[in-house]
Ligand binder design. Sequence first.
Ligand code: AMP
Length: 136
Amino acid sequence: MAETIFTKIVAGDIPCQRVFENEHVFAFLDINPLAEGHTLVIPKRAVARLEDLPAEELAAVTAVLPQLAKRILAATGAAAYNVLLNNGSEAGQEVQHVHFHIIPRKKGDGLGFRWNKKQVTAEELTALAERIAAQG
Ligand code: AMP
């Protein structure tokens, strides 16, 4: 099995603040949190990219997200949260082991993120949708 900093955390070779664990899934506090309660949720097996993670393992990870997020909100008093997965270095992925970020949000927390909307025509959207749907 590939080794990553996260498999070392799962194995207990690197310390972490664990908040959840089952057969396939492990969750722990991010060491450099964007907000109080920022948590990483990972499959125990190291797979770098989302599209390479077998469906059952992805299902195991996503199945715990809502329950875990609820616990994090209850513990931190946050009102909302973002779920984020950086997939590939261009998307900001630094650790080559699939991980969902749960990032608690509070009104006025100043965290924000850029959501720069582009203008496109209906024809451009249609052509693009057809190109995507025709793949694979
Ligand atoms: P990403 O940029 O999506 O790959 O996110 C990697 C995340 O892992 C970052 O938010 C880091 O702060 C976090 N991280 C890296 N090393 C550790 C560690 N030893 N314990 C907890 N979180 C870590």
